[in-house]
Design a protein around this ligand. Structure first.
Ligand code: NAG
Ligand code: NAG
Ligand code: NAG
Length: 455
């Protein structure tokens, strides 16, 4: 190739544009930062945080499917003419301090956040031009919540800002009209959904666009392929943005950026396409729930098991918290996030920027999951132990050690562990030193680092 040809070839590669087809859009490589990040924080906050009754689906429970206890609750506690819109006045947010939230997220060890800009109720947490009188500046907080949070999160080192956005709205008259027309008209998409999405991306420049509420209509109805082509080609975040897979009926788990497949997706085996386990600390709800009991809250051991099994299989965890209507992240959520962060401070080496290994969990010993760093010097395999080996001995069947293999425990500064193996066989017997609890680096899950493994 002569120089001119090479230059022209390079120029054509650089200017290559994504077309609004799944084939073209799916060919875009996922920006590296997302796979390296492993952990993000999801935040569900909106007018539903005022009743905070069963879940963020309150309005639908009350006036859509008319869930019995929700209907009863409204009858008992509110005047007959009270509307869902009236709750917005009580979405006061008086204790909301974006910088404090950002500090809590940073302290959790998460590398990105995904904030609900608008849920299915249609209320926008930013002063949208397309949500007259039903946004956080017009009624409720009288603030640009998305704007304040974007600024605070982006000012934290290594923390990226992302937005959730619901395509549909339960009760929007334009949406209901399109639906009645079997989605042969697109008043709602052209007048509401798309203008809102462009406004969000141009104003707040999120590195994640996490779409939802897509399932009743096709991607053609939502014009999502056109939006994604713009997002990847021409938007202010075209090189850094990642997206999920909820862009129209039948699209989830097949097209888009990372795959979410279903809420709390965690297949426990390797999925080649990058995926995400979106889950909640409160087992029953994404929005704050006043009636949650402590048993409804995942323990730190359960959270770490989710994180460890997820990253071993090529997933990221997006861990949800639901703040209260006044802007607080409840103390039990704060505690879990802080625990995660303290564990990641010790064990993050095996988490961030790791890759799935040849084996995801050990083929013989239960409760052992693996990640790897093949490019580190020397190459390393990390074994995550969900239980401490009580007898001081651990057999791992999957690794094939070499003479140069060293086994250490992350966070433990004592000498490397003694091990034995059969020269021609896979598997390694590891002897743990007699550690007392106070000497152990972190008491919920442990990470062994093994260098120079053969497989
Ligand atoms: C709804 O709740 C009321 C009062 O608790 C009860 O009497 C009624 O049977 C319930 N209806 C349904 C359909 O579950
Ligand atoms: C929508 O589809 C249903 C079922 O196929 C049909 O009965 C109805 O007439 C359609 N409505 C419109 C407005 O096209
Ligand atoms: C490894 O994980 C898979 C999937 O969860 C499970 O079926 C298998 O039993 C696990 N292996 C061991 C040894 O626990």
């Amino acid at each position: 190739m002569d120089v001119l040809k090479a230059v022209l070839f390079f120029a054509s590669v650089v200017s290559a544009k994504y077309l609004p087809t799944w084939e073209s859009l799916d060919s875009r490589p996922l920006p590296d930062w997302y796979d390296e990040a492993k952990l993000g924080i999801f935040i569900h906050w909106g007018v539903f945080s005022v009743p905070s009754f069963r879940s963020e689906w309150f309005w639908w429970d009350w006036q859509g499917v008319k869930t019995n206890d929700t209907v009863e609750f409204m009858k008992k506690n509110y005047k007959p003419d009270f509307t869902y819109g009236d709750f917005a006045k009580q979405f006061t947010a008086e204790f909301f301090e974006a910088s404090e939230w950002a500090r809590i997220f940073q302290d959790s060890g998460a590398k990105f956040i995904v904030f609900v800009s608008k849920h299915h109720e249609g209320y926008t947490n930013w002063p949208s031009k397309y949500s007259f009188n039903w946004n956080s500046k017009a009624v409720g907080p009288n603030r640009d919540i998305v704007g304040e949070l974007a600024e605070a999160v982006k000012s934290q080192d290594g923390l990226r800002f992302g937005l959730y956005h619901s395509l549909f709205e339960w009760f929007h008259p334009w949406y209901l009209a399109d639906k009645k027309n079997n989605f042969t008209t697109q008043e709602f998409v052209d007048g509401k959904t798309l203008p809102e999405l462009y406004e969000l991306v141009n104003t707040y420049k999120p590195d994640v666009v996490w779409s939802d509420g897509d399932w009743e209509a096709s991607a053609d109805y939502w014009k999502s392929k056109d939006f994604l082509a713009w997002l990847y080609n021409d938007s202010p975040v075209q090189s850094s943005v990642v997206t999920n897979d909820r862009w129209g009926q039948g699209v989830m788990c097949h097209h888009g950026g990372f795959f979410t497949c279903q809420d709390r997706y965690n297949p426990h085996h390797l999925i080649k396409h990058k995926w995400e386990n979106a889950m909640t600390i409160d087992r029953q709800s994404w929005g704050f729930r006043r009636r949650a009991n402590v048993a409804d809250i995942l323990s730190i051991e359960e959270l770490l098991e989710e994180l460890i099994t997820t990253i071993s299989c090529n997933g990221n965890v997006l861990l949800n918290v639901g703040p209260t209507h006044d802007g607080m992240i409840g103390v039990i959520y704060q505690e879990r996030l802080h625990q995660l962060g303290s564990w990641l401070k010790v064990n993050g080496e095996g988490v961030y920027s790791s890759r799935p290994w040849t084996y995801q969990n050990d083929t013989v010993t239960p409760g052992v999951w693996y990640t790897s760093k093949s490019k580190s010097q020397p190459p390393a395999v990390y074994a995550f132990l969900l239980q401490w080996p009580e007898k001081g001995m651990l057999y791992l069947n999957s690794p094939f050690p070499t003479e140069k293999t060293e086994v250490t425990l992350l966070g433990y500064s004592g000498p490397s562990f003694k091990w034995t193996s059969q020269p021609t066989q896979q598997g390694i017997h590891i002897t743990f030193p007699a550690l007392n609890v106070k000497q152990m680096p972190c008491k919920w899950a442990w990470v062994l680092k093994m260098t120079n493994i053969k497989n």
